[in-house]
Design a protein around this ligand. Structure first.
Ligand code: HEC
Length: 134
């Protein structure tokens, strides 16, 4: 009887846990999307995204800094040699001016590490065409 209960409990835990983790991940993306409202005046992302005050951000994960050919970057951004991966982005968005001195991105930065995590979870979903990666 004890073993049966234990087995049942294990089964429930094994099936419920992945669903819970998925839910947590989905929330991150939702929160990240909300955080992206701070970027929206200057940046677009997703299908058909075009440059605004700043470059469109599709396919950002793995993209080289200054890579959107149709956008007129500042020299410091274009020549930064950065590649936008998780670590680089998280460092940058805390203080863009500190990471790329002289950048023309007029944004103070985000200090809350959780918000930065959520924002990255949202941004990294999009491939170069603006579609959600599978
Ligand atoms: C006031 C306008 C403005 C806001 C707000 C803004 N940005 Fe920017 N962003 C820019 C501009 C302009 C550039 C180009 C910088 C340059 O060339 O020096 C840029 C560049 C970038 C780059 C580098 C892109 C590349 O191709 O090298 C990233 C990444 C980025 N922004 C992310 C964000 C995120 C995420 C947010 C919101 C948290 C945000 N930005 C908010 C204007 C803005």
């Amino acid at each position: 009887m004890k073993n049966t209960l234990l087995a049942a409990a294990t089964l429930i835990a094994a099936t419920a846990l992945p669903a819970m983790l998925q839910k947590a991940a989905a929330q991150d993306v939702e929160k990240g999307q909300r955080s992206f409202n701070k970027c929206l005046p200057c940046h677009a992302i997703g299908p058909g995204a075009e440059n605004k005050v700043g470059p469109e951000l599709n396919g950002l994960d793995g993209r080289h800094a200054g890579a959107v050919a149709s956008f007129n970057y500042s020299e410091p951004n274009k020549n930064s040699g950065l590649v936008w991966d998780e670590a680089t982005f998280k460092d940058y968005i805390r203080s863009p001016q500190a990471k790329i001195p002289g950048t023309k991105m007029a944004f103070a930065g985000i200090t809350n590490p959780q918000e930065i995590d959520d924002l990255w979870a949202y941004l990294k979903q999009f491939d170069a065409n603006g579609d959600i990666k599978k």
